[in-house]
Design a protein around this ligand. Structure first.
Ligand SMILES: [Fe+2]
Length: 171
């Protein structure tokens, strides 16, 4: 079944991360469409297309992981390590599949297996780990609000100066 975006389930609080997840969903759906439409996967052009789809998913995931890890690190969130470990395990597993797939001719069966792995991993990972980014986004927002409140409030020196000027005017 194609993946469908569910804002409530998958949103992380960061629109650029949600957009990246959406692109990964899209890549996986393209792989599914390819599997449905491809009549002869052994053909060189079909093999080429399959490699293109596999490479896109791996490369995009790797750059996306870097963005996510930077956000967890910035907030020093307790899920930081779990997230990084899951990413490493994902990359290792993905490479294992990719190497097996590209070592010989890509078969429909092996591509289906890869799709199942990628899709189930991604859904589980986003809904169990990545949603912890909501805490990071909330923390950042609170910090920004506090910083803007601070700049709005006059400092002790500012209040003293205002009082001094008021007294001078009254004298
Ligand atoms: Fe993640």
């Amino acid at each position: 079944m194609p993946l469908q975006w569910d804002q409530e389930k998958y949103t992380t609080g960061y629109s650029h991360i949600d957009e990246q997840h959406y692109q990964l969903f899209d890549g996986l759906n393209s792989l599914l469409i390819f599997l449905k439409d491809s009549s002869n996967i052994e053909q060189p052009e079909e093999q080429e297309k399959a490699v293109e789809l596999i490479n896109f998913l791996g490369e995009y995931a790797a750059s996306h992981f870097r963005d996510e890890e930077a956000l967890f690190a910035k907030s020093d969130h307790p899920m930081k390590i779990v997230n990084e470990e899951e990413h490493r395990r994902f990359v290792a597993k993905y490479l294992e599949y990719k190497n097996k797939l590209t070592a010989g001719a890509i078969t429909r069966g092996s591509l289906i297996q890869l799709h199942i792995f990628l899709q189930s991993w991604l859904i589980k990972h986003i809904s169990k780990v990545d949603i912890a980014l909501r805490d990071c986004a909330a923390k950042e927002e609170a910090e920004q609000t506090a910083a803007s409140d601070f700049t709005k409030k006059p400092s002790v020196f500012g209040r003293f100066l205002a009082l001094f000027q008021k007294k001078r005017l009254a004298a």
